[in-house]
Design a protein. Structure first.
Length: 473
């Protein structure tokens, strides 16, 4: 092990100290199952002889491992491997994919990129596109609030004035929900997580679109669900295959976007929506409808929740895309009896929720400036969609559909170009792209890529794409 530490130093990597080397040896043996839970470790003297270090080094290493909970000390008996379950690895739960098409790859690269790096593959707007002055104004107003707003837990349902506002906004889109059918969450992601906790047991089957938002897959793997998928078309899921999957696999849930689909930008048609709901009734399917892009719409698109009346459909949303990703606030709208049960899960997992964020979101949304902001944002996104589509076309990159609204273009690359290879090549030039198979459970989107039009206006994006396509035909 000491020789390995020297080799690491020669390779320019971190050199392990003697104590760290002993600790790494024990961890490696536990990970490799040569030391299992409850197994006795070599004595201090024996380990010192095996490792070629002093007994004081081994004592220090063992004590640190005890402190980390990796091993336990039993006075008079020695040291033993702690009786612990192997940690659950999300990446190991899915198929062994190339890291470039792993569902976590795009998010991690986007979140870790420098502010100056182009991020056409990320899923949010540039900070300069968001209503930062309105947020500052809301923060100033919030600083003058009474102490309870700044320091106390909120009610389990969440801030009532914000729930009332959300109910009115839903009604404008044809969905009827009383404020007590709406529960605030800390994000759209937390909303789905809570619903998965409520509806699913490990091994339950869940239906997703193909392609779909990659974090749906990540969350479902975290809940140890079995996933099946159905191809998504320009008007919704392929309804014949949808019916076939329901009959063969009997999924417990279907998770989808309706109004503006991520990543395709497609819009659900009323005909497909009605057929989906009829099949849901036939096969006792519950639907989670993720509507976080609602404020990007120019005209109201069909919602499953509007047709269904929140019977089988649970509707969720958030304000991360149009307001702020830092002020985390989302919501769940569902049957009242379901909301009552999900409240208990919310208390168990986060207790009071993000009251401060909810207060801030309410102050900004109830300000007339937010309406003007989203109107300007829709226009800006429409222009950017046309501009980006025009600049991609000479490269042979063509959109799957011409989206009615939103910030995504789902595009096919020219020839037989592999999107994962293109994305890796682009990352070498500090440009973060979103290869198609990160969104595809069936891994059938090798030649597709998602572009965020608001993040694709930098000339470097097209220079890097041109070079990458030339080197990755």
């Amino acid at each position: 092990m000491l020789e390995a530490a020297i080799q690491m130093e020669e390779a320019g990597q971190h050199t392990l100290t003697r104590v760290e080397t002993v600790m790494a040896t024990i961890r490696h043996r536990i990970a490799g199952r040569s030391l299992t839970a409850g197994a006795r470790l070599p004595s201090v003297r024996a380990m010192a002889a095996i490792s070629g270090v002093s007994t004081s080094t081994v004592v220090d290493a063992y004590e640190r491992l005890v402190g980390e909970g990796v091993i336990v000390s039993r006075p008079g008996s020695g040291f033993f491997v702690a009786p612990q379950a192997a940690p659950f690895s999300l990446s190991a739960a899915g198929p062994k994919l190339d890291r470039a098409v792993d569902p976590f790859w795009v998010s991690r690269q986007s979140l870790e990129a420098r502010e100056s790096d182009p991020k056409p593959g990320c899923g949010w707007l540039p900070s300069s596109w968001l209503p930062n002055q309105a947020i500052r104004k809301g923060l100033r107003a919030l600083s003058r609030s009474d102490d309870t707003a700044l320091s106390d837990y909120g009610s389990p349902l969440g801030l009532e004035p914000l729930r009332q506002l959300i109910a009115r906004r839903m009604a404008d889109r044809g969905m009827e929900a009383s404020p007590d059918q709406i529960m605030l969450t800390e994000s759209g992601t937390q909303a789905i997580d809570l619903l998965c906790r409520f509806f699913l047991e490990p091994g339950d089957t869940v239906l997703v679109d193909d392609p779909c938002y990659f974090n749906f897959q990540a969350l479902l793997r975290a809940h140890r669900a079995t996933m099946v998928s159905v191809p998504y078309t320009s008007s919704g899921p392929d309804i014949d295959l949808f019916a076939q999957v329901l009959a063969e696999h009997r999924p417990r849930l279907y998770i989808t976007n309706s109004a503006i689909h991520n990543p395709t930008g497609a819009t659900l048609s009323p005909v497909v929506a009605h057929r989906v709901l009829k099949l849901a009734d036939q096969f006792d399917l519950t639907i989670i409808e993720d509507d976080i892009f609602a404020d990007f719409e120019h005209t109201v698109a069909p919602r499953l929740a509007a047709f269904d009346g929140l019977d089988r459909v649970v509707h969720i949303g958030s304000f991360s895309k149009t307001l702020s990703a830092s002020a985390r606030c989302g919501f769940i709208a569902a049957r009242k009896e379901w909301i009552e049960s999900v409240i208990d899960l919310k208390i168990a997992t986060s207790f009071g929720g993000g009251r401060l964020s909810a207060e801030l979101v309410y102050k900004v949304l109830s300000d007339g400036s937010y309406r003007k902001h989203v109107e300007a944002l829709r226009t800006r996104l429409s222009k950017s969609t046309l501009d980006v589509s025009r600049r991609l076309k000479p490269l042979g990159i063509l959109p799957f559909v011409e989206p009615q609204a939103g910030m995504f273009l789902w595009c096919r690359l020219p020839g037989n170009a592999d999107a994962a290879k293109v994305a890796r090549a682009a990352l070498d030039r500090s440009v973060v792209l979103a290869p198609g198979n990160a969104f595809s459970l069936s891994q059938s989107a090798t030649q597709y890529m998602r572009f965020n039009v608001s993040q694709s206006l930098d000339d470097r994006v097209y220079e890097v794409l041109r070079e990458a396509l030339n080197h990755c035909p």
